[in-house]
Design a protein around this ligand. Structure first.
Ligand SMILES: O=C(O)CCC(=O)C(=O)O
Ligand SMILES: [Fe+2]
Length: 414
């Protein structure tokens, strides 16, 4: 983690971002609920982190996550928040570009090497506003569990209340932010790209019982199209990092350890909680299996079509062949089925277009990235099946449904 000062972003703008964020979390519950995304890929998601299923620690945080690049989204409330977000995200992206240039040079590469290789210009930028209410029993809760961030660099500002801690040599160090500074976390993609020279830092957030804390973390990553591998000049004969897809939702399912790491990272920049991730991956696996099945059926159909053509051509008077032909005819008079399948596939992108999240260039038509039909299909399926998961501890410390903004209602029990 580093602290950046003299970054050129006006203090007044940073204050407006924090005030606007406070304004957002101050909205009435029904108003905020308008932005309560249903699925991890929704471009705007307001929600609450609350996980009691396994751990005995409670996560004490509300959040708003917005995909702001390559396509800009923002909540329509409170007034002017959108403009402020836009201005801040532009500025913070410029700072990130400069930092990445410096990092690239620090690795002995050309200044633009990292930016070009990882297609950062069309990379993702996610605005994550965190609200940690003061907590009656802070020793039993965490704002955010230990994690590393998933992308390249996450730039954080906060109101005057501390709580961020970084792990250093096995110990948790409290981060004292300098006034008007940006706190910068190095992410997993940077660790891979630098072949381990820049480690992604592990951090967590603790809460307190006096003042609510607000932080705004803006995460920056490569184009989701990019395969993140160690920069070739940094590759050594041994101990190389394994390349990974910038975003595993883009058509490939991660291995268990990768999944674990990604989930940790995702918690960090708060894409998903663990259950949601696992659920997503298991659905994606099923979809991939279904896709394979569909492909093999289509291949079989193609083969039978050719065979039919061949048999028709040969015009054999042979009885057996007659029988075969009429059998094939029967099958392929149901040939209409085939164009239907094909039609629905080729139309997929259009159908799902409106549901596409903008953060992922893969799904973003403006960036001409189409064809991830199984993911698109996954999005659709998940949209239908995904139920928001908000929980409340009842008096017997069981877990059940809960409304958002639960902090006031909940008694902590371990
Ligand atoms: O609230 C903070 O200071 C840190 C937030 C964070 O770690 C994250 O959003 O990944
Ligand atoms: Fe983080």
């Amino acid at each position: 983690m580093v602290k950046v000062v003299n970054h050129g972003i006006q203090e007044s703008l940073m204050n407006k971002v924090i005030d606007g964020t406070q304004g957002f979390f101050n909205l009435r519950e029904e108003e905020k609920k308008e932005f309560e995304g249903k699925h991890v890929l929704d471009p705007i998601r307001y929600g609450t982190s609350f996980n009691t299923s396994k751990e005995k620690t409670f996560f004490w945080r509300d959040y708003l996550k917005v995909f702001v690049h390559p396509k800009f989204h923002s909540p329509s409330k409170p007034d002017r928040y959108s403009d402020i977000m836009w201005e801040y995200c532009e500025k913070v992206r410029q700072v990130t570009k400069v930092l990445l240039g410096g990092i690239s040079q620090g690795l002995g590469l050309e200044e633009c090497y990292l930016e070009k290789t990882l297609e950062v210009k069309s990379g993702f930028q996610i605005f994550i506003a965190n609200y940690y209410p003061s907590c009656p029993q802070p020793e039993l809760a965490l704002g955010m569990p230990p994690h590393s961030d998933h992308g390249l660099l996450t730039l954080i500002i906060q109101n005057q209340v501390g709580g961020l801690q970084v792990q250093h040599q096995g110990k948790w160090i409290h981060v004292n932010a300098l006034p008007n500074s940006l706190l910068v976390n190095t992410g997993d993609h940077l660790e891979i790209f630098s072949n381990g020279k820049y480690k992604s830092n592990i951090h967590k957030v603790v809460v307190n019982n006096t003042s609510p804390r607000i932080s705004v973390a803006v995460a920056h990553g490569p184009s989701l199209e990019a395969i993140v591998s160690p920069a070739s000049p940094l590759i050594q004969s041994e101990t190389n990092y394994t390349p990974m897809k910038a975003f595993f939702l883009g058509g490939y399912v991660p291995s268990e350890p990768e999944m674990k790491r990604s989930v940790e990272g995702f918690n960090g920049i708060s894409f998903v909680d663990e259950e949601e991730s696992k659920d997503f991956v298991s659905k994606k696996r099923k979809l991939q299996a279904a896709k394979l099945k569909k492909e093999s059926i289509l291949a079989e159909i193609l083969f039978l079509k050719q065979r039919r053509r061949y048999l028709l051509k040969s015009q054999s008077s042979d009885d057996d062949n007659e029988k075969n032909i009429s059998r094939f005819k029967k099958i392929f008079d149901a040939e209409n089925e085939v164009p239907k399948v094909e039609r629905s596939n080729s139309g997929y992108d259009a159908v799902v277009e409106s549901a596409r999240p903008a953060f992922t260039s893969k799904f973003n038509s403006e960036h001409h990235e189409v064809g991830y039909e199984e993911l698109s299909a996954g999005v659709d399926v998940l949209r239908m099946e995904c139920v928001p998961k908000n929980y409340l501890i009842d008096d017997n410390n069981r877990v059940g449904k809960k409304e958002l903004s639960w902090h006031g209602q909940v008694t902590l029990k371990v």
